[in-house]
Every structure is written in C-alpha cells, then in structure tokens.
Write a protein of this length. Structure first.
Lengths: 589, 332, 335
C-alpha cells in the first residue's frame, strides 16, 4: 500500500501582504492576514481578557457572559470588520493602514484631520510659524489628560519625535520626520558610538520651553509640517510604559494608555481588538466603544454581517456583484473614491519603454472604464491624473491619454520601433498573493494584444519578490501596476515625496524632470497656499504628460453599513472604515 | 502487498497439465477486473475524460482564455449558471450560452473546466512515469545487489521517505517558481520533478521488498543453477514478477499527483498563468478552485464545478487502483 | 529493543539536518528579504534590522571569522566555532538548544518557539479529535463491510472510504463550508476563546481532517478482517461449534486490530502536521495557519522552525510505526 500522505498534508496560501499606508502597489487589495482569524461578538466593555489558555469551562463562561451582557452596552459598540490583523501597532513603528486606524483611535497628535481632511487642532489648540516657515510653535490645550487621568505634556510629544528619529527604534516611517532638524542625522547615527549617538540626539530640532509648548524647527520651509504633526509617528505613547513593556509593550492594552477618543481595552491577537470611550478626551465620543473584528475570509465576514455580528463590513471586490444583487444588502452598500492612485508603471530606462511614444501607445490602449466597471466590479474609478479627487491639488481638467485604440496604434507606429512585431519581449509583473490579480492582468494583456498587437508576458511574483524587484531601477519590471496611497492630505505627499528626481520612487522608475523639480521646490517651500497649489498643479501636468506612469484608477472605499449607524463622515482617506478619522462623531441608534 | 509471483512463476509446461484452458496472470486479472463494476465504471469515466482532454478545442463551447473589452462587456463577469436568474442584475443572469456562467474575468467556466482536464491528466501520468522509473531502478538495484550498496541506497531512501512532502513542495515552489526552469511548461515541469523527487522512495521500498523475496524463490534458484546471467535473471525473471504490485502502486500515484497539483495551484504556487490563447494548458482545476473560493458569494459554480471535477477524477483513479489490486492479487 | 530505539532516534539526526539544509538553501534562493517593503526604509534601518537578526553574517560558512580567530587564538578547534558563525551555523547551534530564533514578522519581539508553543496545542487538539473520529467511525465501518461482504453495508463502507481516501481535504472542507453557510446558516464568528479548550467548534474541521485517516482505517480494517476470516484457526473455531459472537469478538477482531494499530503513529503525526489547509479553511488559529502566513511574509525563521518541527513529528511518527511492528512481530524485533 502506498503511503497516502498527500491528501492529508495540504495547505492554504491565499494570503496577501497588507498594503502599506502609503504607496502600496495599487493592484494589491489590502487583504488577508496570514493567520486565521475568527472573532467574537462579546462587547468591548469586558475587562482586559487577553486570550490565554483557558479550559473549556472558561470558554463557555465567556460565551454566556457575552449573551448576558446588558443590551444597552452592546448597542453602543461599533463592530467593524477588519481584514488583516496588524503586525505591529506601536506608533513609532507602524506603517500599514490597518495598524494606523487602531492607533488613531487610541492616540491623538498635535493636530488631526477633520471630516474634510483638513488639518485642525488636535492636542494642540493652536500653532504658529515664523515668517520663513521653518520654526513651528504648538500650544497644547489646557488640562490635557491621558485616559488613565495622568497629565499629558509637551514632553510626551517631544519623546514621540525623539523615539521616531532614534536609530534604535528603526521604524519604517522614520524618514517622514526628516524635515525636522537633526532627525536624519540622528537616524543614521551609529548606536554603538555613544558620544555620536548622544550628540545627534541632543541636536534634534525639538524643544519644550514649558509643559504646554513644543517648538519644532525644520531644515527648510515646510508649510505642511502641521499636517505631519498629526501623523501616527507623533502619537504620544508614554515613555515609562514603553520601557516597562519592552519590545512587546504595544501588545498589552494596559500599556497603550492613550489620549485619543477611544482607549484599547482588550487585544485578542488575530481575533479582535476592543476599545472603550476615553472619558478624558477633550471631544468626548458618542459611542461606548469600538470592536475591530478580524476576519480574513470575506465570505465569512459577509455571513457574519448577515447574521448581525458586524455593523460595518468591507466587501471584497469579488463580492460586490453578490452584494449589489442582494435585496437586503444592496441598498446599504456605499462606495466613494479613496486617497490612492494606481497606474501602469513603466521602467523608463529599459527598452522599449525608454521611448515615450511606446509609453503613449500603452497609455492609450488601456480601457479604464471596462477595467473598473467589469473586471474590478466597480471597485475603482478611472482617472487620468495623479492626485485623486477630494485631495488638495486634484486636477479635474486632465483629459490626456484616455482610451483610444486608434491613437494607441498611431503612437506605436510613430515610435522608433514602428510596429508591434519589432518590439522586444515585454513582461508584465504582478503580485501573485492576491488571487484576483491574475484575471485583472490577463484582461490587460488581452487588451494590449487586441489594440496594439503586442504579446505581453505575464509574470506573477510573490509580493515580497515584486517589492524587492521594484527597489532598484536595474531590476524594476518593464511594466507593472502600482501607485501611491496617501500618508497625509497634502499635495507635497503626492508629488514631492514621489516624483521629485531626488525621490526614491521616481528614481526606481528612472524618472526625473528638472522642470518638475523646480516647480516642486517652489511649492514645497512657499508659505502661500495659492502659490503652492499653482506650482503643484503645473508639476502634475508635466508628470502626467511625461508618462512615467499611465494613470489608471483610484480604488474606492466600499462598505456595507448597518442602518443603525449614523454620524460618520466620508473621506477619501477612509480605508478601514467610514469616518475613521472623526470616529468621535459616530453614533448608533 | 500483492504477491503474484506464485502464479506468474509457473512455466507454460506446468500450466498445460491443468484442465482449465491456458490463462496467463494478465488475462485472469482482466477477467476479475471486468467483474468489478466500480472499477469498470471508473475506466469508462476516465476514458471519457481522456477524450475530453484530447478534444477540448472541439468540445469546449468557447475559448478558455479571458475575453477582451468588447466581448467582455457582453459576457459580463460572475455570470451565474444558466438556470439561475438574477433579476436585479441582468448582466449576471444565467444564459445557456454560458452553461456554468462566467468567472471573474469573463472566462466561460465550462470551457475552462474542459481545458482543465488536460492538466489533471498530464499531471497525473507524467509524474507517475518519473516516480516509477526512479523507484523501480533504485529498488531493483538495491534489492538485487544487496550488501553495502543496498544499505547505502536504503538509508538514502529512508531519509527521502521521512521528508514531510507537502512542506517540501511548498518550499521548492517558493524557491524556484521564478527561475527559468521553474517556468518551463507553465511550471508543470517543476511540479513533476519535485513530486517524483519525494515519492519514488515508497516505490523503491516496495520493489526492493519484492526482489528480496523473489531472490529466494525456486525458479530464480533454478535459473541460477542452469547458468543464466544475472542481468538476464533480473530482467527476465524478477522484474516481470514485480510488475503487478508496481502497477497497483502506479494506479495510486496518479490521483496523488493530481491532488498535489490541485493543492499547489489552490495555494497559488502551482501552474503559472499564460495569456497565449494557443497554450494547450490554460488553466487547472486547482486554480479554478482557488478562484472559485474567493468568488463563492458571487458565482458559486466556479467552485462547485471544479471541486466536483477534482473529486470525481480522484475517486475514479482510486477505484481503479482498488480494482487492479484485487484483480492482480489472486488470493482475494 | 532499547538498542533499536536508540538506533532509530539517531537515524533521525541526518533527516533533520537534511531538512534544515534543504529549507535553508531554498529560502536563500527566493528573492526578497523579510524586510522588503514597498516603502523606502532607511538603509541604516535595514542594516540595523539585519544586524539584529544576524543576517549581516555570511549564509553558510564564515571564513573571515575563522581566520580571524585562528590568528588570535591559534587553536584550530576553537576557531572552528568562528567558521560556523554564519547564518546557517548559528541557526543550527541555537536550534539544537531549542532556540529557533525570533520571528521576522514580529520584528523580533516573539520567538519561533513561543509561536509554536502558542499555536501547536490547538493543532494537537484538532488532531486528537479527528483521530478519535477516524477510529470511532473507520473501525466499525471496516468491520461491518468485511463481515457483511458484498451487501449494502459493504458497498456503503466502500463508497464512504473511497471518497474519504481520494477527495482532497480542501475540496471536502470547502464544500462542507459552502453547505454549512448556505444551507444551515451556521454562525461563522466564534468567540476567540473557543479554540483554547475542547469545544464543538473543533468538530467540523476535525471531521474533514480525519476523513482521509478514517477512510484509510476503514479500508485497512476491512481487508484485515477479510484476511483473518480466511485463516484456518477461524475455521477451527467455527468447527468447534463456537457461536458467531465469540468467533467475531475473540478471534477475528482481536487479530485484525493489529495492522490498524501500526498506522496510528504516522496517523497522529499526519493529522497534526496535515492540518494547515483545514486550519485555514476553517480559520483555526493553529500552527498550520502560522506556517502558511510565514511563507507569504518570507519569515525565514518561522518557516525553518516550523518545517523542522513538522519533520520531527513525522520522523517520530515513523519511529512509532517501526516500534509497533517490532512489538507485534517478533521476527522484525529480532532482526
């Protein structure tokens, strides 16, 4: 008898790596945590019950406890479906949007975003800068308290900056504070060289004249600094608790004492994270709590929603047709443009895409409408420009390179190659971690064959491999889908961080345009808002025309929301749940 | 394990003394197999599947590749199976033009299912041949040579036998699927080789065991006594007598290889996609299950159809394997 | 007997070494490191992370460190430790001491052995329940089939066992899930703590997981009972005038159990290690789900650690087979 081990030893790898908060590849939906995740309906008000080994009796006890909980309490907890369980939710180390959404409930920076994504006072009630825009003075609100009642001072914010720039922390978003004087030097200091390390730490351009004031100086004019001051790296986690908990401090809800609208109350790894309202927050939230329920299998999540176990459900693109056809769910489905842009990224230094006419031919050949409506089931909206709708700097007038087979063919004929059969072999790389990618890329490859007569070779790569290849212009794929997910709503984050010839992202694609650089420098350092927007607009026109990327679409934020939930705003940056940036205003009837 | 040696070992002269008409092991086995209804049904089913695989372009109502814009708009994605009506969304309502509906990129599910048969057939038989070749060679050499060579080969076989195979496949696929070699033949070659590299061990053990017991048999002694050369003994006397258990083993390797491919494809690390419309292996059932799993809410028939296809082909092969074992083992 | 066990345990060492070697080699083939992300990470950060995880050392042999120590210490045997101050060498040295290293996904805040300790009990429970299922269903089904050969019972047991034996578990698992959610409306979300003890949530995944083993046991029992039924001593027992009950219980069952017992060792190992697909399909937070996650995120230490751990289980399972053969068959024991 042959040993039949095969049928028994099987495995599942439908996993994708969560997208970064910024700049994720546009073709990777932020899905599927590696570990399996089931979650509970138990309300958030329970004591900190981390999932430890419990005997059967205790397991059943928890279940009964859940049902015995007063209905009123349960009614006021928002149960949000989350797809991927985060790796790290330490303010100074996090980088994914699924991590940031948690931190932004628990903490608040000096500033915050309002329901129109404008930068408004957060922990700081006001701020001012010097005339050059290089020194910013923030004044904190009076009587600020952490959720445990302890005082929150400017020192706590200074610590956040210091910890972010610290080479020992080595967080992935370290460089976002490099505008702050001394931060870049500190980050590259050699840890073992104590003298150099201490000197670099002391040279950091942050000071706290008193408990209510923090002064931040920047290396050059940075009019967007107040927006950066609201980012997660600036969240004031308490130094003594971080030291107490060691590397894993952030896993312990009792150490994550925050100053945000809600407070971590229970962290059950891979399953559920509960928040309760922070009674000390200056703008008291209306909900009693929020439960983030992690379910990586979207079918299970849909079923859970149907059975009333979730208030907000994030459908997978493959479920949109089923949701829309469903008599109950159809009317509850909402979708609106997100703060991300995906396009066909070219390696502009390799053949044949070093020829602008070939890039033009490909840009004209993409049927963005059919792609979004049919292939992605309405999961995205076609776009021809870089900055998405709803973000300062959006260019509604852009109409170049819309789908046009004739122009596509003409552009290819005008190229140095002259015709499709003279082109070198073209490979189209994509992440194989998302199952849906194959169908999407097959469609695009078919379109290129039909419109241009070009045979494009598909190259599915594990997302880690793809990221590694995209790190260097020499290995950058000839064509691939990708783009940017916003860190903060300022045109600077969209244009200067990505397309300046000094930016790594532009360098990887082999792109650099001195005229663009000039406009960007002008816009970045100007303190006049109108001048900034005008210069950014000019730069964007040039970038879109240069076609380092053929712009394709903005993915939408899409949710099924229980009608009992109200008071949530809809912003482009809601990639985890609607109204996530102003969750204090959400209500449940 | 089946030992057919005592029957097959009879010389024709001996057999003539029986009153029954002359029957070889093989015709005897065939008779027994024909009486096994489940096995016969399996043979018919597998024969039909083979026809489907060969004549896929004739049978399939549409091309298995995904359509381009113009055609896609008419087909729609996630169109339901023909008998399911979706009133709210006419683009998804079933039509008989696409009997099992369409998939996430507007591909016709039935046509893709039909083409998927090809991968299953190829992936079942080729690794079986590889596996048997390696396993028989090592088993014969080891068993017949004996001594140091035997113990060396068997230690090696033991090590391979203890490898957790599916882990090995996953790691091999992760490491090599991006190399030129890993892409050969849509990645099928890599699957064949990694499968055979692990599974020959059980065949080798089996064959060695057979050889060891056959070496002690009288007819081998007799052959040695009359001075037949060793090579001749090995190939004319021993090998034919190990055939019956090898055939049974082979019959079980086929479904096991099919399941391996389906599993790896289901994990997204099996066969690789190719948009060339002339590719004879555009998709596999494992890939369809993977796609069907994520489309379970919008178009359940992608999953149902491919799951039934995989289940039925493996059941048929196992039933055939059982039938062959019963037929070739005269004690039952 | 003890010598036999010692020999077998020693024979595990080359297997485990080979597994470690192959896994490490393969992982080095794959492109993309654990810290590759699309966002630009400062080179100093990467360097720091690499140093923290010892990835700044050579992969296989550290000849620089070897010659360095050779010149400072002069003792070539002590300097050998320097030669193995490589990623692979350090890994093996630590692994032997039970330290499988930090996981990359947690950025070094958790060790692989912690993860295994946390998730393995869940997989083990799942495996035990499915084994119980396989035995409780497989054994009677096999006996029934054999005692009532060629009746409707026999065909039923044959069909069940053929299906269980041939259909891949992920297919049956997905179909069961489909039926459960679409037909029976079973609540999918469970309290996280249900996995921490034995609970009913384990039943559906355990049944699917145990299906293959159950089918195998059924088939084995059936053929074993058929074999025993033909033996002379059964004929003798019947000739003596013993009743059906006595013959079946005392003679047939007792003797036909033996081959079934021998497969239990590998069955346990197979069930525990074979659960990854089922764990993912049914979202059981066991070691299988963890392994699959590690593959996707290129968490080398987690992949290496769990592969070694799985291999150890499989090897132990194989030893148990040989032992049980030895216990039952004196000819093997003495050889």
């Amino acid at each position: 008898m042959l040993k039949r081990r095969l049928t028994r030893l099987l495995a599942l790898l439908v996993l994708t790596v969560p997208t970064l908060a910024a700049c994720g590849a546009g073709d990777a939906t932020p899905t599927t945590a590696p570990a399996a995740a089931t979650a509970t309906t138990a309300p958030a008000t329970g004591a900190e019950a981390t999932a430890t080994t419990a005997p059967v009796a205790e397991a059943t006890a928890t279940t009964t406890e859940a049902t015995a909980e007063p209905a009123a309490t349960e009614g006021n907890v928002l149960r949000v479906h989350q797809v991927a369980y985060p790796d790290v939710f330490d303010p100074q180390k996090s980088s994914y949007s699924a991590e940031i959404v948690l931190l932004s409930q628990n903490y608040e920076g000096l500033t915050r975003l309002n329901d129109k994504l404008e930068t408004v006072p957060g922990a700081a009630e006001k701020w001012e800068s010097n005339a050059e825009g290089t020194v910013f003075t923030f004044t904190l609100r009076p009587d600020l308290k952490y959720s445990d009642g302890s005082a929150l001072t400017s020192k706590n914010f200074a610590y956040a900056i210091e910890r972010t720039c610290d080479p020992v922390t080595a967080g992935e978003y370290q460089s976002i504070l490099f505008d702050i004087t001394g931060c870049a030097d500190f980050a590259s200091a050699v840890v073992t060289d104590t003298a150099q390390y201490d000197a670099a730490k002391a040279a950091l351009g942050v000071s706290t004249p008193d408990d209510k004031t923090i002064v931040i100086s920047t290396v050059q004019a940075a009019p967007y600094l107040p927006t950066i001051a609201g980012l997660w790296v600036m969240y004031p986690a308490k130094a003594e608790l971080i030291e107490k908990g060691g590397e894993n401090w952030w896993k312990d809800a009792s150490l994550q004492v925050g100053n945000g609208p809600f407070q971590f109350s229970r962290i059950a790894e891979d399953q559920q994270i509960d928040f309760v309202r922070n009674e000390n927050y200056w703008n008291k939230a209306k909900l009693d709590g929020i439960s983030m329920i992690y379910i990586d299998d979207s079918s299970v999540a849909l079923e859970a929603y149907r059975q009333g176990q979730l208030d907000i459900f994030q459908p997978d693109p493959s479920q949109i047709p089923a949701v829309q056809s469903d008599a109950d769910l159809g009317p509850l489905y909402i979708s609106y443009p997100g703060a991300n842009t995906t396009g066909l990224q070219f390696n502009t230094t390799t053949e044949p895409f070093n020829d602008p006419k070939v890039r033009e031919a490909f840009a004209y050949a993409i049927d963005r409408e059919t792609f979004c409506e049919v292939i992605r089931n309405g999961d995205c909206l076609p776009t021809l420009t870089w900055i998405p709708q709803g973000i300062p700097g959006y260019d509604a007038t852009e109409d170049r390179f819309a789908f046009d087979p004739e122009k596509a063919k003409a552009a290819l004929a005008e190229s140095t190659y002259g015709s499709a059969d003279k082109l070198p072999e073209i490979t189209f790389a994509y992440s194989s971690n998302d199952t849906a990618n194959q169908a999407r890329h097959e469609f695009l490859a078919n379109t290129f064959r039909e419109v241009l007569g070009v045979e494009v070779k598909l190259q599915p790569l594990p997302s880690k491999d793809l990221s590694a290849a995209k790190k260097d212009n020499a290995t950058y794929p000839q064509i691939s889908l990708g783009g940017w997910i916003q860190d903060y709503p300022d045109a600077q984050n969209w244009l200067s961080v990505f397309w300046s010839s000094k930016a790594t992202f532009a360098q990887r694609q082999g792109y650099g345009n001195p005229v663009v650089d000039e406009f960007l420098t002008k816009a970045d350092t100007s303190t006049d808002e109108a001048t900034r927007l005008e210069a950014y607009g000019a730069a964007q026109k040039l970038i879109v025309g240069d076609l380092p990327t053929a712009m394709m679409y903005n993915r939408v934020n899409k949710y099924v929301i229980n009608p009992r939930v109200s008071g949530f705003s809809q912003t482009a940056a809601d990639d985890q749940f609607p109204g996530q940036w102003t969750s204090y205003s959400i209500e449940i009837k | 394990m089946a030992t057919a040696s005592n029957v097959a070992g009879k010389s024709p002269a001996q057999a003539q003394e029986f009153t029954r008409p002359v029957r070889s092991l093989w015709s005897d086995a065939w008779l027994r197999l024909r009486r096994n209804r489940l096995a016969m049904a399996s043979i018919v089913y597998l024969f039909l599947l083979a026809l489907v695989a060969i004549f896929a372009p004739v049978i399939a109502p549409h091309s298995p590749s995904r359509p381009t814009s113009t055609e896609l708009r008419e087909r729609g994605t996630y169109r339901q199976a023909a008998w399911i009506v979706d009133e709210k969304n006419p683009k998804r309502s079933g039509v008989w033009k696409f009997p099992l509906g369409t998939d996430s990129a507007g591909g016709d599910v039935l046509s893709r299912l039909i083409y998927g048969t090809r991968v299953s057939m190829v992936v079942g038989f080729i690794p079986m041949i590889f596996t048997l070749t390696i396993g028989i060679t090592i088993g014969l050499v080891s068993g017949f040579a004996g001594g140091k060579l035997d113990s060396l080969l068997m230690r090696f076989t033991d090590i391979v036998f203890s490898l957790p195979d599916i882990l090995f496949f996953i790691i091999v696929q992760t490491a090599f699927s991006q190399t030129a070699f890993g892409k050969t033949f849509n990645g099928l070659l890599l699957i064949f080789l990694s499968f055979s590299a692990v599974n020959w061990a059980s065949v080798a053990r089996l064959v060695r065991g057979q050889v060891l017991s056959l070496k002690e048999k009288e007819f081998v002694e007799a052959a040695e006594a009359i001075g037949v050369r060793r090579g001749s003994i090995l190939f004319r006397h021993i090998l034919p007598n190990t055939l019956a258990p090898i055939i049974v083993a082979g019959a079980f390797i086929v479904p096991s290889a099919i399941v391996t491919e389906a599993t790896l494809s289901f994990l997204g690390i099996g066969i690789q996609p190719d948009t060339n419309p002339n590719n004879p292996f555009p998709t596999s059932w494992g890939q369809m299950i993977l796609e069907g799993k994520s489309a379970i809410d919008s178009q359940p028939w992608i999953l149902i159809a491919s799951a039934i296809a995989i289940a039925s082909i493996t059941i048929a092969f196992v039933a055939l394997g059982d039938g062959l074992r019963d037929a070739l083992d005269p004690r039952q | 007997m003890i010598g036999f066990i010692i020999r077998r345990v020693l024979a595990m060492i080359p297997v485990l070494f080979l597994v470690a070697l192959i896994t490490f080699f393969m992982m080095k083939q794959a492109k993309g490191g654990p810290f590759d992300q699309e966002k630009e990470v400062a080179p100093s950060t990467i360097a720091l992370l690499n140093r923290k995880f010892g990835l700044d050392k050579p992969a296989w042999l550290n000849s620089a460190e070897f010659s360095n120590r050779l010149s400072t210490e002069g003792n070539p045997f002590l300097a050998l430790r320097g030669l193995f101050d490589s990623q692979f060498g350090n890994y093996l040295i630590n692994a032997v001491q039970g330290d499988l290293g930090p996981t990359y996904a947690s950025k070094g805040t958790e060790t692989v052995q912690d993860k295994i300790k946390e998730t393995f009990p869940i997989s083990l429970r799942l495996g035990m329940i499915s084994l119980a299922f396989a035995l409780l269903v497989g054994f009677p089904l096999g006996i029934l089939g054999a005692l009532r050969q060629n009746t409707i019972f026999d065909y039923f047991s044959l069909i069940i066992s053929t299906i269980g034996f041939s259909v891949p578990t992920f297919v049956t698992g997905l179909l069961l899930l489909l039926v459960m959610s679409k037909v029976f409306d079973v609540a999918p979300i469970k309290d996280p703590s249900v996995w921490q003890g034995f609970s009913t949530s384990y039943i559906p995944p355990a049944i699917i997981l145990g299906l293959g083993t159950m089918a195998y046991i059924t088939r084995l029992t059936r053929s074993s009972v058929l074999e025993v039924k033909r033996q002379d001593y059964i004929r003798t027992a019947r000739a003596k005038g013993l009743g059906d009950r006595v013959v079946i219980l005392r003679h047939i069952l007792r003797n036909s159990l033996i081959p079934v017992i021998t497969i239990l060792g590998p069955a346990v190992a197979g069930l525990v290690t074979g659960s990854f697909i089922i764990e993912s399909v049914f979202r059981v937070p066991g070691i299988g789900s963890e392994f699959i996650g590690a593959i996707g995120s290129r968490d080398y230490s987690m992949i290496m650690g769990s592969t070694l751990f799985f291999s150890l289980l499989v090897a132990l399972g194989n030893i148990m087979v040989d032992l049980s053969y030895g216990l039952i068959d004196p000819r093997i024991r003495n050889s």
